[in-house]
Write a protein that binds this ligand. Structure first.
Ligand code: SAM
Length: 307
């Protein structure tokens, strides 16, 4: 039988303030540090992520350990990756008794998550939970999705605007490269909107918790994934242009105007169509039609989206 761990106690403004003062910790804006101070939020995250005592959980950015305490209390094992080494003594203090939690002092973008899943969970799908640092939300999400790490779900706090973009569909103002990239790999769902008062210090923008469940196979089959991503990027880089103009002018696509026009017509769209109205399936069909019709150099294949 596993040893019991303490009850979480940190999600509270007075206690958070006292911990920060005791350790003379200065909040680092550059690391996107906004600590949770309302217990309803970690409780909701635990519930949305369906954390059970069977789970291994990777937490990104434990901060002073607020969410980490809840994870320690509910999961089998937790690895929490924190970039700020000044938080290590704080975490040593607040995670006392949480013997199932390991803290790693690293930049999550440099961690081999696949290896971590292998070592900690015998390569079985892991759950990822985080109140993400907003300055690198997109690179972190894309790393998790693209690196073919076995992932059961990702439950993360992000800016409300980013959460909206992740789950938007064609023809809406929030629809863009991030929507398509996320939806290619996973099904996103906003599970909660979180008011500013739930954080210390208060962020400038609203937040939301989004739950992503990864597909076993990407949502669409496409011959050349790299080309699909280049097409998407080119379409949204020049959002106000027609799809044909966006694609033929893109420096990373080498396709003739005729080839683009023929492909757009073949998917049943008028030549005046804008990329922002196309579904993921239509982008995939376009990529298949244009695959092998490129001239000259190709550039990298990973989805590089801003935000
Ligand atoms: N989980 C805590 C909470 O909810 O109260 C803190 C969340 S705070 C929004 C983001 C945390 O991510 C901070 O602790 C910050 O230092 C950490 N962080 C920022 N960039 C990071 C990176 N590249 N790798 C790992 N942690 C990072």
């Amino acid at each position: 039988m596993s040893r019991p761990v303490p009850r979480p106690y940190l999600a509270n403004p007075q206690i958070t303030k006292a911990v920060l003062e005791r350790h003379q910790f200065t909040i680092q804006k550059k690391y996107g540090q906004n600590f949770l101070i309302d217990p309803s939020v970690p409780e909701e995250i635990i519930c949305a992520a369906e954390i059970t005592e069977e789970d291994f959980v990777l937490e990104i950015g434990p901060g002073i350990g607020t969410m980490t305490q809840y994870l320690g209390a509910n999961a089998r094992e937790v690895t929490a990756v924190e970039i700020d080494r000044m938080l290590l003594p704080v975490l040593e203090d607040t995670l006392q008794g949480y013997h199932n939690v390991e803290v790693i002092n690293r930049d999550i973008l440099k961690v081999d998550i696949r290896r971590l899943a292998q070592e900690k969970n015998r390569g079985c799908p892991i759950k990822v939970v985080a109140n993400l640092p907003y300055y690198i939300t997109t690179p972190i999400i894309m790393k998790l999705l693209e690196s073919h790490v076995p992932i059961k779900s990702i439950t993360v706090m992000v800016q409300k605007e980013v959460a909206d973009r992740m789950q938007s569909g064609p023809g809406t103002k929030d629809y863009g490269a991030l929507s398509l990239a996320v939806q290619y790999y996973a099904q996103p769902r906003i599970v909660a909107e979180v008011p500013l008062r739930c954080f210390m210090p208060r962020p400038k923008v609203g937040s939301a918790v989004v739950h992503l469940v990864g597909y076993e196979e990407p949502r669409v089959a496409v011959r050349d994934e790299a080309l699909l991503f280049r097409l998407i990027r080119a379409s949204f880089n020049q959002r106000r242009k027609t799809l044909v103009n966006g694609l033929k002018n893109s420096p990373e696509l080498h396709v003739s105007k005729e080839a683009v026009e023929a492909a757009v017509t073949a998917i049943g769209k008028p030549l005046t169509v804008r990329g922002e109205t196309l579904t993921l399936e239509e982008f995939a069909a376009l990529a298949d039609l244009l695959s092998g019709r490129q001239t000259g150099e190709k550039s990298g294949g990973k989805m590089c989206v801003s935000g």
